[in-house]
Design a protein around this ligand. Structure first.
Ligand SMILES: Cc1cc2nc3c(=O)[nH]c(=O)nc-3n(C[C@H](O)[C@H](O)[C@H](O)COP(=O)(O)OP(=O)(O)OC[C@H]3O[C@@H](n4cnc5c(N)ncnc54)[C@H](O)[C@@H]3O)c2cc1C
Length: 405
């Protein structure tokens, strides 16, 4: 995608004003705009609300970033992903990433924990497998279940999520991208080998390429763009902050971030964005919501979380002092959707980042720009996997010919 491309089918008056329009300025869209602008493309980033709004998936003070994954490809990608975040910190002068170490807790045979040990081992990344006795001795802040063990892995940390998004968007603008907030997009349609993006206000914008990064609102676009169903579920999530009775014992250095991989899945952080408070969340995928609907704290989910805190983290007061809500956009297997449109390669789709996408946004943005601007099949990151292809949801086509002896 360079300005020297010619589009002979299109009259001169409708030459695109942009090389790339990105729809949605959450973590994914802001990262795509940042990389595209850095590469010199003329970029327009459109956001229906404002940067940092709290109705989508990327707001809040903290997200986990880790080497420990049950997918080998994700673990393999992490050194490059950490480097991209560190590079953004250097470019911007803004602190984004705090290393904390991580504890990944479950029973010895729990599949996620087993696969993540296998991935770390296969790639030669160090970790310690702590027995129940080791855990009790090292982490008296916890009351572990009797059969729990843990993977202790130091390459784990916290991304300051809202600050990351604001920094990505600011750096995109610094490299020349235009950002338009309060600009809802009504639809994206192919136009020859370019794209027309219409805003809800009735404006028509033309671009060579578009990246759809609409998070929980993605289905609205996909229903029009793709002729099969992309099964995305938008689920309600909430996080709560609990006062630590011993602040030092729950601070970075003594209390690693944690994920309990056994059901019920819950995770948490050392004291980070709120003084004296530990953030803990119960992950669930039953409660689905309309992204435009009202947001309210789900008291049943909160009660379940408070009970887990009372049971396992006796150093916290189990009455939360603050609760925040957020949305996941989940695919059935939590594999992302990162792909060119099957029929219109100038439209690239990024969706379904589930509960694990934030750490990857900076690498996904890089990949999205590759997909939008490189020839088909030519992309730079090993992070790309066939399991992220949109076509996995297409009905299996009937064989087009039979064997005729
Ligand atoms: C509580 C919670 C905890 C999480 N914890 C972690 C974690 O620890 N580690 C991790 O890696 N990930 C985590 N995640 C997941 C991660 O945050 C998400 O996968 C990621 O933020 C998704 O980003 P996104 O850009 O796809 O979506 P969003 O951030 O929702 O961005 C989509 C944007 O598109 C905009 N948009 C939509 N429609 C339009 C339109 N028509 N016109 C213009 N703009 C539009 C929206 O307003 C929004 O700003 C967590 C998520 C939640 C909710």
């Amino acid at each position: 995608m360079t300005q020297s491309h010619s589009y002979p089918h299109r009259p001169v008056t409708t030459q695109p004003a942009y090389d790339l329009i990105v729809v949605g300025a959450g973590g994914v869209g802001s990262a795509a705009a940042y990389h595209a602008a850095r590469r010199g493309h003329r970029v327009l980033l459109l956001e229906q609300f404002t940067i940092g709004h709290t109705r989508g998936s990327s707001h809040g003070g903290s997200r986990i970033i880790r080497y420990t994954h049950d997918r080998l490809g994700d673990t393999a990608q992490m050194p490059a992903t950490f480097a991209l975040w560190r590079e953004l910190e250097q470019l911007s002068g803004v602190a984004l990433l705090q290393m904390t170490g991580g504890l990944y807790i479950g029973s010895m045979d729990e599949p996620w924990l087993r696969r993540s040990r296998e991935a770390l081992t296969a790639l030669g990344f160090p970790f310690r497998l702590l027995s129940g006795d080791d855990l009790a001795a090292a982490y008296p802040q916890w009351r572990f279940a009797p059969d729990w063990v843990a993977v202790e892995q130091n390459d784990s940390g916290i991304l300051a999520a809202s600050t990351c998004v604001a920094t990505l968007a600011a750096q995109a603008q610094r490299f020349g991208a235009q950002l338009r907030e309060q600009t809802p997009v009504a639809n994206i349609t192919p136009d020859g080998d370019g794209v027309i993006v219409r805003t809800a206000a009735g404006e028509t914008l033309r671009s060579d390429r578009a990246i759809l990064a609409a998070g929980p609102w993605s289905s609205r676009f996909l229903r029009e763009l793709v002729n099969f169903t992309v099964p995305l579920r938008v689920t309600h999530q909430q996080v709560a902050y609990f006062a630590a009775r011993d602040v030092a014992a729950h601070s970075v250095g003594r209390f690693p971030l944690f994920i309990v991989t056994e059901a019920p899945h819950f995770y948490g952080f050392p004291i980070f964005e709120r003084a004296g408070l530990v953030k803990v969340a119960l992950e669930q995928s039953e409660v689905t919501v309309d992204p435009d609907g009202p947001r309210a704290v789900d008291s049943d989910l909160l009660d379940r979380l408070c009970a887990l805190v009372a049971q396992h983290l006796p150093g916290l007061d189990p009455t939360p002092l603050h609760v925040e809500t957020c949305l996941y956009t989940e695919t059935p297997t939590r594999e992302f959707v990162i792909d060119r449109h099957p029929d219109h390669a100038q439209i690239v789709i990024a969706a379904g980042f589930s509960g694990r996408g934030f750490k990857h946004t900076i690498a996904v943005g890089h990949l999205l720009v590759d997909l939008a601007t490189h020839p088909a099949g030519d992309y730079a990151l090993p992070f790309w996997q066939n399991s992220y292809a949109l076509g996995r949801f297409a009905p299996k086509s009937a064989p087009t010919h039979t064997y005729d002896p």
